[in-house]
Design a protein around this ligand. Structure first.
Ligand code: NAD
Ligand code: DAU
Length: 343
């Protein structure tokens, strides 16, 4: 492994992964291949843009010719696929791009990896493929997938394709299934950066339903470290859960966030819930910890560190929130917030 194509590398986790890999592997060349959708942002990669080991190609993973050309040009031996439409609420509003990118796009990447005989294909997946997990249980990698949103279904479909290419064509694949990532460069449609940036501006925080849903918030750098471990020590053909093993209620996450910013609880607004909202995810992380990894941050440390990053990096998020985002915000929250009385 030395020339890696990071698809979706201009997004949140992909760009953090590029930073991580360049810092930890002197001899690797990293090529980011990204369509630059609303979520792709070259500001995330400013710190590496002059590194001779890094290159950027704008392209769609659904375009086979363009993917092949990038693979040949840079003598790629490994594809790590972060590219996806990733926001559950947008998948409920309009699932089309989710199916295109995660299902057809993953198929194209697998076909290129197979036809050019690449050394490795790694798929970045999610704990959402397992669906809602009742209290007292946690998901193992061998559990059946049971996705419940269009986003989760598009990701589970991709996992099934990846596994089929391993079984049928012997393609050397691995899959990692991460829980909720938080940290620098996350588009502020996701709960933690949305609530943080709203709170900084003393705007209400739109909390879905009772806010007692549970997520495993993990620091993005811990996730990147575990992906690197799977790349080097994982078994071909296998999936690995990556999380903290600790779920946090959204309201607890919000309390930590507000306390870090010294903002009042009165900013919380309970609004109409997300349709089909999964109440709880919970990962069994025994398999990845057996490879010698453990999360470097507790959920509370990850939340506090993340909130402080947005507090200190307004240059990054203010321009996003002042653009196209406003239309999205009105469509997603306008009615909900008007209908919610201040608590
Ligand atoms: P993101 O939305 O921040 O970034 C996605 C990136 O993919 C963007 O740069 C976008 O431009 C690019 N992209 C989208 N469609 C593309 C296409 N057709 N061709 C090429 N590039 C395209 O997403 P993220 O939060 O960084 O998530 C990255 C991956 O990790 C996704 O596969 C997601 O399902 C998975 N994941 C995310 C989380 C999380 O908490 N954010 C947790 C587990 C797994
Ligand atoms: O679990 C991994 C997944 O985490 C990833 O696969 C997805 O790509 C990523 O978007 C994330 O999905 P979630 O739906 O869990 O994340 P989100 O930040 O949208 O929401 C976190 C929780 O907060 C969830 O219970 C919904 C709730 N929420 C979210 C938003 C945006 C609110 O209460 N209000 C909001 O406005």
């Amino acid at each position: 492994m030395k020339n890696i194509l990071v698809t979706g590398g201009a997004g949140f986790i992909g760009s953090n992964f590029v930073h991580y890999m360049l810092a930890h592997h002197e001899d690797y060349r990293i090529v980011v291949y990204d369509k630059l959708t609303y979520a792709g942002n070259l500001d995330n990669l400013i710190a590496v843009q002059n590194d001779p080991r890094y290159a950027f190609v704008q392209g769609d993973i659904c375009n086979r010719e363009d993917v092949e050309s990038a693979v040949r040009t840079y003598d790629i031996d490994t594809i790590i696929n972060f590219a996806a439409e990733t926001h559950v609420d947008r998948s409920i509003m309009d699932p089309d791009a989710f199916i295109q990118t995660s299902v057809y796009g993953t198929y194209i990447l697998l076909e290129v990896a197979r036809s050019l005989g690449l050394e490795r294909y790694h798929q970045i997946s999610t704990d959402e493929v397992y669906g809602h997990i009742p209290m007292g249980q946690s998901s193992k990698e061998t559990d059946k997938v049971d996705p419940r949103s269009p986003y989760a279904a598009s990701k589970a479909s991709a996992d099934l394709l990846v596994n089929a290419y391993f079984i049928t064509y012997d393609l050397p694949v691995t899959i990692s299934r991460g829980s909720n990532n938080i940290g620098p460069y996350q588009y502020p449609e996701k709960a933690v950066p949305l609530f943080t940036t709203n709170a900084i501006d003393n705007l209400p925080l739109p909390v879905y339903g009772d806010g007692r849903q549970m997520r495993e918030y993990q620091h993005v750098m811990d996730h990147c470290e575990a992906i690197d471990l799977v790349l080097h020590r994982g078994t071909i053909g296998e999936a690995y859960n990556i999380g903290t093993g600790i779920e946090v209620e959204n309201l607890s996450m919000i309390e930590i966030l507000l306390d870090t910013l010294d903002r009042p609880r009165s900013l919380i607004r309970h609004v109409a819930d997300r349709p089909g909202h999964d109440r709880r995810y919970s990962l069994d992380i025994a398999k990845i910890t057996a490879l010698g990894w453990e999360p470097g941050h507790s959920p509370e440390e990850a939340i506090i560190e993340t909130v402080k990053w947005y507090r200190d990096n307004e240059w990054w998020w203010r321009k996003i929130k002042s653009g196209e985002f406003r239309k999205y915000y009105e469509a997603q929250y306008g009615e909900r917030l008007r209908a919610a009385a201040p608590q």
